[in-house]
Write a protein that binds this ligand. Structure first.
Ligand SMILES: [Zn+2]
Length: 146
């Protein structure tokens, strides 16, 4: 897929990433900056395993624990969100911090971001149900234009 499917994706420079990490009290090591840049700029809803296999080619000595720790720290810092989806038992990391929903392409397993104006949700609940968040995964196929 292309970056074009992620219009909200902000690709930060290493210097911007460094100052974002410092701003939230995280030591900006080269490994953290690299992981952050990968998940913000290149990866598309990766799992920790996806990030690890990317790291294996770029930082051969990075352990899975380091990957998990760094992702966890980025989530705590509010630079990354984590989701669990019904189709996978893996935690999925999402660099899109805007409110959005997901379309799951069942043929490829790819998750595509949907903006709130693409999916209208009108809860009709009694007042006692106080909604904090809404997560939507629409499953289907993507028709190829012929
Ligand atoms: Zn997303």
């Amino acid at each position: 897929m292309t970056q074009g499917n992620k219009p909200k994706n902000i690709c930060l420079t290493p210097a911007e990433i460094e100052s974002r990490l410092v701003a939230v009290g995280i030591q900006p090591t080269a490994q953290r900056i690299a992981i952050c840049r990968y998940v913000l700029c290149e990866a598309d809803h990766p799992s920790a395993e996806d990030v690890k296999s990317w790291a294996d080619t770029n930082f051969p000595k990075m352990s899975l624990a380091t990957v998990y720790n760094t992702l966890g720290t980025l989530v705590e810092a509010g630079l990354l969100r984590e989701f669990r989806f019904p189709h996978s038992d893996k935690v999925i990391y999402d660099s899109n911090l805007e409110t959005h929903f997901h379309f799951l392409d069942e043929a490829t397993g790819q998750l595509i971001d949907l903006t709130p104006d693409q999916v209208e949700i009108i809860p009709k609940l009694q007042k006692k149900f106080q909604i904090h968040d809404v997560e939507v995964v629409i499953r289907g196929n993507i028709k190829r234009q012929t």
